[in-house]
Structures are given as C-alpha cells and as structure tokens.
Ligand binder design. Structure first.
Ligand code: 5AD
Ligand code: SF4
Length: 494
C-alpha cells in the first residue's frame, strides 16, 4: 500500500516536471540538457544512473558538458576530504555558468550534502545552488525538482532554493535508470552500513543497512542477463550482511549469490564491498561451486575485494573492525585453498591516529603474507563527527612517508603477481579501444586487471581469451588466443 502510494507520487512529480520540460523544449526548439557529475564510489555511480534515468523520464536529454545543460547535478562523496574539496571547487566554477544561463537549475546531492556542516557551506557560500539533498533519496528527486521549478516560477515565493537533509531511507523499486554501459551493470542489493568503523563517515550519511527484497534483485539481474549484460556487480557497503534486516537469518548473501548463479545467462558476477568479519564459509563454498575455468552460464568472477584497512591488531581494534590480522590471514588462506586462482585485493589506510612505526610495519607484514594482487591505499582523512577525527592526528610527513612505503612494497608484489601470468591464457571482458594506444583493445580480467591486446573493436562487450606476453605493475598485455580470431567477425558465442 505504502509502495503504491509512493509510486504514484513519484509518477505525478515526474509528470509535473515533464510539463515544464515540454514548455522549455517548445521555447528552445530542443530538449533541455542534464549534466551529471559523479564523485566517489560505485554506489554513487549506480545512484547517478538512476538520477539520469529519472531526468530523462522527466524530459531532459543527457549532455556531456555543464555549459550545455539546464539541469546540473553533482552527486558528491564524503569518504575523504579530498573528494569534498574537489566537489566544492567544481561547484564554485558553476557560478559563471549560472550567470550566463539564468534558466539553469543546479542541484548538489549525495554523501557530502548529508552532513550538516557541508549543507551549511553550500547554503551560505554557494547561493547559486538551487537544490540540495542527501544520499538516500533518489526517489525524492522528482518531487524536489518539481518544487524547485514551481518556486522559481511563483512570483510570491521568496524562498526559491530548497534544502533537504536526509529523511527518507525507503527503498523504491522500479525507478528509471540510464546505464552507462551496455554490457556492464551495477545492481545495488542493499544500502547503508551498521558497522561504524571509527574513521568512516558512511554510516552517518547513508544510514542503517537496508536490503532490497531478493525477488526484486533476481528480477533485475534476470532482465540484465536477458539484455545480454556480461558483467553484473552487486553493490552494498557490506554485501556480506545482505538480508539480515529482512530475513531473520534465513536467507543471506551466500543464498542470493547461489540463486543468481541458477539464473539463465552468460555473465560474470562481481560483488563489493565485503567486511571480513561477515565473510562466511558458506559464502566461500558458493564462490567455489560457481566459479573457475570451465564454468559456463552465470559465474562468479574469481576476485574478492576484502578491505584489511590495517595490519596491527591494536589499530584494527581502535578502528572498530572486529577482527584480528590472524583471522584476516586465515580467511585469505581459506579463499585461496577453496577457490584456486582467486585474486584478492584490499583497501589499506595509513596514518590512522596513534599508528606507530611498529603498527605500520605490521601492515606491511600482512601485505606480504596475504600477497594481494592489488590494493587501494589511502592516507587517513579525519571526518567530522567520527570518533577517530577527535583524536590527536599524525604529522602529514609521517603519513606521506608511510603511504609511499606502502605503495613501494605493494608495487613489487603486484609486479611479481602480474609477471606470473606471462605465458598463461586469461579470459577478459573486452572494453573497447585502449585509451593510451588507439591500435589496441583493453579488457578486464576476472580479477579486474587491465589487459591490452590487438583485436577487432567488434569484440567490445564480449568475452575473449588473451595469451599474456608481458606485464607491468598495473597492466597485462598479450595476444588474442587463436580461437578468438576466427570468431572476431562478430558471430562468436561467448
Ligand atoms: N580516510 C581514509 N580512507 C578512508 N576510507 C574510508 N574512510 C576513510 C577515511 N576517513 C577508505 C577505507 C574504505 C575505502 C572505501 O575508503 O579504506 O574501505
Ligand atoms: Fe565505512 Fe566500515 Fe561501513 Fe565500510 S564497513 S562503509 S569502512 S563503516
């Protein structure tokens, strides 16, 4: 009942904006443009695809430059200060565009705006921003935009700008979506986080864990598979706790993955992010059963992104991660034993408050022992309102030095791992012409590693086998295996 009521009000708001865009289309003899810029993680990318789909349903057309737009949306990130400063600086640049185009509506949304102090900054220092709302309300976007348009047109309304700190954490199914890719898709399976790692702002800006119903997820994945999508990435801040809020322990992430693998289709399944404390043996078994060389149909890519964050048990405790380095390493060992060929990547933070040289050395030790294929490394960034931000901070130089050392150690591990592929055949999902070499194609391996090779552009969006001939720290290069070449004309089956 609630669902139906909400659906109706979304449809009415979309219709209301559509009337406005129809008028603008008649006046300008072309549809008004929408420009969306996304900061931060895959979850934000997925949210932006929804916002873009909704904007198109409201009569806008997607454009590639802010100068061409009548609606600009900045979907922001708050995980580190750098991302916030970048979003604020680019928002500052919109002032000139607004001066040229008074019809322009500027909207800033996402995690950064869900924080009171940033909402305040935007209200007070960026008076040309028309609409601001937080990270959990893409379903509210049509209503917010319609209200912004109506206020603007109402001569008696003095408050023309609108601000919505987050209030609506409901999940709405069936919102329009405009996917960036025709062969790779994001599927959010849950939103929010309950973990409160002491450095992290996500639980404050995205709220508590909320899982989508399994039947909605399975229907979306089925539809994507039927449309020919080759890679489906299941998203959530901690996918390993999927279902806890809905199914009382009777259906979890391992069950969901198993069900997805029983669907029709020919695609890789990826998922992120996993919290090590919630990665169960059953989950590892499901991955083992549904992955590997000869597996056809829906199959799980042998890649596990398992954020370690720190290798010192003291730091892990202070981060509220709720595992030890020994536990973490035993998990890595189990994954490697049960899923031969699996690649493991991780997130590491250096310079957490109180991190001593010894603590940092512990992180390097775990790095060596785990043998990560790749890491995403971050310098700790204090986030307002989180416990760790209240603590005494390490000097900048210490953080930078540790960051450089961490990269150095990981680079030599990554190089060794990549060189081990030389002479082997790896399956890639072809992404098209390489950005650095127009004569080559780029693909991604199961492990999400970039692979360059020569081949026909028509292979884009398909699986191909590549024999690896060379490797550096970040990429592999090679040649198409022979059986691909006969199929390169466009009639290949995989
Ligand atoms: N400072 C630095 N890195 C952070 N991350 C999250 N919060 C912070 C912070 N305050 C990193 C973690 C997380 C990744 C998405 O971002 O490593 O896994
Ligand atoms: Fe942040 Fe920790 Fe939640 Fe990940 S699990 S989003 S790091 S609080």
């Amino acid at each position: 009942m609630e669902d139906k009521k909400q659906e109706k009000s979304i449809e009415e708001a979309i219709e209301g904006v559509r009337e406005y865009t129809a008028r603008r289309t008649a006046e300008a003899q072309k549809k008004p443009g929408v420009y969306i810029k996304t900061f931060g993680c895959q979850q934000n990318e997925a949210d932006s695809e929804r916002l873009c789909g909704i904007a198109e349903a409201m009569g806008y057309v997607n454009v590639g430059a802010p100068e061409e737009a009548e609606l600009i949306i900045f979907n922001t990130c708050a995980v580190r200060e750098h991302a916030e400063l970048k979003a604020l600086s680019l928002t500052g640049q919109l002032k000139h565009i607004k001066a040229q185009n008074p019809e322009l509506i500027i909207c800033v949304c996402g995690c950064m705006t869900a924080q009171d102090h940033r909402m305040g900054d935007l209200k007070n220092k960026y008076p040309y921003v028309d609409l601001i709302f937080g990270a959990t309300s893409p379903q509210k976007f049509p209503e917010y935009l319609l209200n912004t348009i109506r206020r603007r047109e109402d001569a008696h309304e003095s408050r023309k700008r609108l601000f919505f700190p987050d209030s609506d954490a409901l999940i709405t199914e069936g919102l329009p979506v405009r996917r960036e890719s025709s062969y790779k898709a994001w599927v959010s399976i849950m939103y929010g986080c309950n973990n409160f790692c002491t450095y992290c702002v996500v639980p404050y800006v995205r709220g508590r864990e909320r899982s989508r119903r399994r039947e909605d997820i399975l229907a979306e994945v089925s539809e994507l598979a039927a449309e020919g999508y080759k890679e489906i990435t299941l998203l959530g801040q901690n996918v390993n706790s999927y279902g806890k809020d809905l199914y009382n322990g009777e259906y979890d992430f391992a069950d969901l993955l198993g069900d997805i693998c029983r669907l029709e289709g020919d695609f890789w399944i990826r998922f992120m992010t996993s919290h090590p404390k919630d990665a169960s043996d059953r989950l590892i078994d499901v991955i083992a059963e549904n992955s590997g060389e000869g597996k056809t149909g829906p199959r799980i890519a042998r890649h596990f992104h398992l954020p370690l964050q720190a290798g010192s048990d003291k730091v892990l405790r202070e981060m509220n991660r709720r595992y030890t380095s020994d536990y973490y390493l035993s998990l890595v060992k189990k994954l490697k034993e049960k899923v031969p060929g699996i690649g493991i990547t991780s997130d590491i933070i250096v310079g957490f408050p109180g991190e001593t040289e010894e603590d940092f050395e512990d992180t390097l030790k775990v790095l060596e022992e785990a043998g990560f294929d790749n890491i995403y490394s971050f310098i700790y960034s204090p986030r307002k309102g989180t416990p760790a931000a209240e603590r005494e901070q390490l000097p900048k130089e210490v953080k930078s030095e540790r960051f450089a050392k961490l990269l150095e150690v990981q680079n030599s591990i990554s190089l060794k791992k990549n060189r081990a592929y030389i002479g082997k055949t790896v399956r890639v999902l072809v992404e098209g012409i390489s950005k650095n070499d127009p004569s080559a194609l780029t693909g991604r391996s199961e492990l999400n590693r970039l692979v360059h090779f020569k081949g026909d552009e028509k292979l884009t969006g398909r699986f191909a086998d590549v024999i690896i001939t060379d490797a550096d720290i970040y990429t592999l290069s090679g040649e198409l295996a022979e059986k691909n070449e006969t199929n390169g004309s466009g009639d290949c089956a995989w």
